[in-house]
Design a protein around this ligand. Structure first.
Ligand SMILES: Nc1ncnc2c1ncn2[C@@H]1O[C@H](COP(=O)(O)OP(=O)(O)OP(=O)(O)O)[C@@H](O)[C@H]1O
Ligand SMILES: [Mg+2]
Length: 302
């Protein structure tokens, strides 16, 4: 199966303000590794660079520097653009904007099957579309296939988006806040679905979220991003139960704790500018490292 190695990724955006141009570093020397059958959660506040990393991984943006390597089972690097797009797929945050209102559900899933030559005849394509819809629990598949996106609920649309991402035979899935726009009552169902598909297809998953509770539940590993830099990484339980970095502690304190319903957690005001984004605690190595500098051993998490 396919793995991804991200090494020293940097993304600078140029922001024009009248005649002045300023540079904004959205991603600052980020390294991480995605391996088959594992979910890595990328957590961090708004603007910390999560979506920028997702866009670079899926080649919607080019990095300023650094590399993203996708390798097949036998170690062969994926260099061909079409193959890369087939292997690495994305599920977006907004299921309302990510589907075309003028096309049927059938069309949305048939298109990647045709583009990536997964099926040869129209009959085969139709059959595969049905199968994909059934895999994401959209039944009766034949009836759903004929509908348009506005005839489905938000949760159903997100299931279509997931089926579409997996249709070409993807092995790496980048899910950028896949449930944050859905009603709370259906979030768990969609996340459980992602978890099941991951196990069935041995997918490598990058799960981007604000939500530490689901990050812990659905991920093997958590990577905490603060101002474009990784400030903490480790096994999901270790990061949540034993956070080392001030910023992770702050995130953990802000997250609701189901075991302490009604209890007020100590929320001392924090001077955010005093938070040090220059250090990263690596639970795998059991030590502090410098963040935001080219790392000597990228992807140490493997
Ligand atoms: N095309 C762009 N041009 C200029 N700046 C950008 C662009 N895209 C993102 N940025 C900036 O880069 C930073 C990181 O943005 P990004 O979208 O990656 O954050 P995020 O962690 O996904 O946030 P959110 O949780 O709100 O989705 C932000 O400060 C953002 O304003
Ligand atoms: Mg984002």
């Amino acid at each position: 199966m396919t793995g991804v190695r991200v090494t020293d990724l940097v993304k600078d955006y140029t922001i024009r303000n009248g005649l002045k141009r300023t540079r904004h570093r959205a991603v600052d020397h980020v390294s991480l590794e995605l391996t088959p059958g594992r979910t890595v959660a990328l957590v961090g506040e708004s603007g910390s660079g999560k979506s920028t990393i997702a866009k670079i991984l899926t080649r919607m943006e080019r990095p300023t520097s650094g590399t993203v390597e996708v390798r097949l089972d036998d170690g062969t690097p994926v260099t061909d653009q079409a193959r890369y797009r087939r292997e690495v797929q994305m599920v977006f945050q907004d299921p309302f904007a990510s589907l075309n209102p003028f096309h049927s559900i059938e069309h949305h899933i048939a298109r990647p099957l045709r583009i990536h030559k997964r099926t040869t005849t129209a009959e085969e394509t139709r059959e595969r579309v049905r199968e994909m819809l059934e895999r994401v629990n959209l039944t009766p598949a034949a009836a759903i296939a004929g509908r348009r996106p506005h005839e489905l609920s938000g949760g159903q649309r997100q299931r279509v988006a997931i089926a579409r991402a997996l249709a070409p035979g993807a092995s790496v899935l980048v899910a950028d806040e896949p449930v944050s726009m859905l009603d709370v009552s259906i979030r768990l169902g969609v996340l459980n679905l992602l978890g099941r598909l991951q196990r069935e297809d041995d997918l490598a998953v990058l799960y981007i979220t604000h939500d530490l509770a689901t990050a812990r539940h659905f991920s093997d590993e958590i990577t905490v991003l603060y101002r474009g830099r990784i400030v903490e990484r480790g096994p999901a339980d270790a990061v949540i139960l034993d956070p080392h970095h001030e910023y992770t502690k702050l995130l953990a304190a802000a997250a609701p704790d189901p075991e302490r319903v009604g209890a007020v957690r100590d929320a001392a005001p924090v001077d955010r500018d005093a938070i040090d984004s220059g250090r990263c605690y690596d639970h795998f190595a059991g030590e502090w490292r410098e963040a935001g500098v080219p790392s000597a051993n990228a992807g140490s998490a493997a």
